[in-house]
Write a protein that binds this ligand. Sequence first.
Ligand code: MG
Length: 404
Amino acid sequence: MKITDIRTFAYRIPTGASASSVGAPQASKEGSPSHGRTEDRPPIDDFGDYFIDQSAFTSIYSHHHESTVVRLETDTGIVGWGEAQSPVAPRVTRTIFEELIRPLVIGRDPFDIEAIWTRAYGAMRERGHPTGFYIDALAGMDVALFDIVGKATGKPVHKLAGGRYRDRIMLYAGMGGTDPQEVADKAEYHVGHGYKALKLHLLVDRDGVADIAAAVRERVGPGIKLMVDVHMRQTVSSSIELGRRLEALDFTWLESPIDPSDIAGQAEITRALDMAVAIGEWSRTRYEMREAFERRAYDIVMHDIGRTGITEGHRIATLADTYNIPVAPHVGGGGILAVAATVEFSASCPNFMIMEHSHDANAMKAAILKEPYEPVDGYFHVSDTPGLGVDVDEDRLEEFKFPE
Ligand SMILES: [Mg+2]
């Protein structure tokens, strides 16, 4: 079997104007820290389609949902889909795929998944692209190859990627805000939809985080698992002080307390706190993570399968497992194919802990599918459908794609 055709789609689903037309419950700046209304977040520098918070040196986000999907087809007529996660500038990812990855994939046997990945990764090492857009593009290739092999063998992807460790994937729902009672309202809303675990994206100062955390704990009671992501807005000392207050509220983890490139500082926080410190959504390869594991700078690793793919995602998970570190896959700006790939990865990951999920954005993301892909009561149920388990509606994709 050979790959004989490749098509790439950079697409944008406007989360404001056309949200109702795609069945989205509400506009949502998916992937952005507030996961919600603009009035809930600190001031932004607005660049039209994209924006950055004024209050910190943090990531650029889109006002829309954007990504790149790749479609590989074999000489036997099997079509595989993958997502090269692109929360901003998806046309860059598309170009990388078309110019650099296409020639490495055309004519190859799709069963050579790891061999193709290794060759493609090596191809750009000397060019200075060990992470970022290029690795995101490789993730799309990897997932599409898994989809093909699954369809060719009649097996779901998780059976090819290590086997099924569990029948359902526990999710936590994310939410943000600045007012304690409003965040508590959102927490109650998600508990009402069956979630047993919630994460608060809090872009306020240390005392503000502690106040919101206390209000949410009081509202949802002791039976709900709670986490906080502070998006790198703390210092080493303020993280430790905040962590102690969160420990008293029985929070499960403190996420991204400081700039993750400060591995020594990260390790200091991790050592000082009894509660877990979670980090890792930025990192795409085991090479980027090795030092942090060696120095015990994480208690929980949260790489994003939309950025790593399944092959490298499993390598990172295996490395983490060697250090007794559980995996809580990040799902932020990724689209529905990244969600499906994360479910398949999670089913086949021995040290899986819990998966991130955006309750209100999921239906909007799934607008490119023929059938809904939804969790039930806070869990995705692992399916036996061959491949990724989702079917892309090419007409819908055409509707949302950027012009060639
Ligand atoms: Mg995070």
